[in-house]
Design a protein around this ligand. Structure first.
Ligand code: PLP
Length: 399
């Protein structure tokens, strides 16, 4: 057995590194979720989540993974036979689509090659053509974790508005929230789907739905079966700071702390930090002479960088070498990208030197795995990071 010292580098694009502050906040005795103390925590995390999702609408927090939150979005608003428009952007879009198929939705698919965001021109064209308004929902993934390509929800909303189409807009921001700009209300999102284990810096265990008035009205009119996921039951209980079933109490303690951390840093600074790290990771990739999976400069993810492996080299064999030699986990290629790409997570609780360690591990791993590349990726990333704006220093310290 190999003995590793120091901290493991968890550089997959989620679950992400949980800050010590959050771990300590969760290290609490379990409390009575129907007792008086719990309501205070309940109200606190519900209000805090509204600030993170930028909404005045209800935020539903389930003890569930992101997949549960996908299902909740579907079963509350849609019935078997309802037509939905989905965009093929990668494996997570594919999994949501598989689920929609299981619920017997009638899926109209906008194809994609897993190297771009959703095809907005096609989305608009399909909506324009749907004069009878048969399409009940447009469903997209904000940050496609399997490819590192972003689809901007506000651009999808604009396409829908140009087509004057009344469908609901549903957005999976499981790996976007807390890392990429997100505005549920201002962008006209009807159902937001999210999870705790990525930009929110928590362990897995919480699934989120944020809903609009229109989505809530659709759920009230929807007679399809649902029970655990029913929004209304959660909303009713949340009015008393409670849940209709046992909530993930200790993860909620963590959520309270994670929201405090995000707000101390300032959400805009959090987003800028992710963009800077992504720019540095892309500079390294380019210097190595490797290609990012995402081919559109406008759509590069701030949360992760997915890298194409040169032909004839197995990305998973490379990842194994990195894990064994440097105790660093990189993200595997999923589904059609299995063995062909690796993913560098730079999401959540992260800083410049963590990124430098990560990129150094990748560069050394490329050498050890004999993957053809040029040296100098780490140096190229350093140049980007050194460009840090000095005016961020307190005035006194600069003088
Ligand atoms: N959507 C996206 C974009 C994801 O990245 C993931 C998980 O990585 C999911 C959905 C599914 O979430 P979970 O694995 O928490 O069920």
């Amino acid at each position: 057995m190999t003995v590793h010292t120091g901290r493991h580098f968890l550089q997959i694009p989620g679950p992400t590194n949980v800050p010590d502050r959050v771990l300590r906040a969760m290290d609490m005795p379990t409390l009575d979720h129907r007792g008086p103390e719990f309501a205070e925590l309940g109200f606190n995390v519900l209000a805090g989540s509204q600030r993170i999702f930028k909404t005045k609408q209800p935020v539903i927090i389930y003890p569930a993974s992101g997949t549960g939150a996908w299902e909740a979005a579907i079963v509350n608003t849609l019935s078997p036979g309802d037509r939905v428009l989905m965009a093929e952007t990668g494996q997570f879009a594919a999994l949501w689509r598989n689920m929609a198929e299981k619920f017997k939705l009638d899926i109209e698919l906008v194809p994609g090659d897993w190297r771009h965001g959703a095809d907005l021109v096609q989305i608009e064209a399909r909506l324009q053509a749907d004069k009878a308004h048969a399409i009940k929902a447009v469903m997209v993934v904000h940050n496609e974790t399997s490819t590192g390509c972003v689809t901007y929800p506000q651009e999808v909303r604009q396409a829908m508005d140009r087509a004057s189409h009344p469908a609901l807009l549903m957005v999976d921001t499981v790996s976007g929230i807390g890392s990429l700009e997100y505005e549920h209300d201002a962008w006209g999102i009807d159902v937001t789907v999210a999870g705790s284990q990525k930009g929110l810096m928590l362990p897995p265990g919480l699934g989120f739905n944020v809903i609009s008035d229109k989505a809530l009205a659709a759920s009230k009119a929807n007679s399809a079966f649902r029970s655990y996921w029913d929004w209304q039951e959660v909303i009713n209980a949340n009015k008393l700071g409670s849940w209709p079933y046992t909530p993930a109490t200790n993860v909620l303690y963590g959520l309270k702390e994670a929201i405090a951390m995000l707000e101390e840093e300032g959400l805009d600074n959090v987003f800028a930090r992710h963009k800077r790290h992504a720019a540095a990771a892309r500079a390294a990739t380019k210097a190595w002479g490797l290609e990012t999976v995402c081919q559109d400069a406008h759509n590069h993810s701030p949360a992760l960088t997915a890298v194409m492996m040169p032909e004839g080299h197995d990305a998973d064999a490379f990842r194994k070498i990195v894990l064994e030699n440097f105790d660093m986990s990189l993200g595997t290629g999923l589904a059609k990208w299995k063995g062909k790409i690796f993913r560098i997570g730079h999401i959540g609780h992260f800083n410049d030197l963590m990124l430098m360690g990560t990129l150094a591990g990748v560069e050394m791993g490329l050498d050890l795995a004999k993957v053809p590349h040029r040296a100098g990726g780490v140096l190229a990333a350093m140049e980007v990071l050194k460009g840090r704006d000095i005016v961020q220093m307190p005035k006194a310290a600069v003088a």
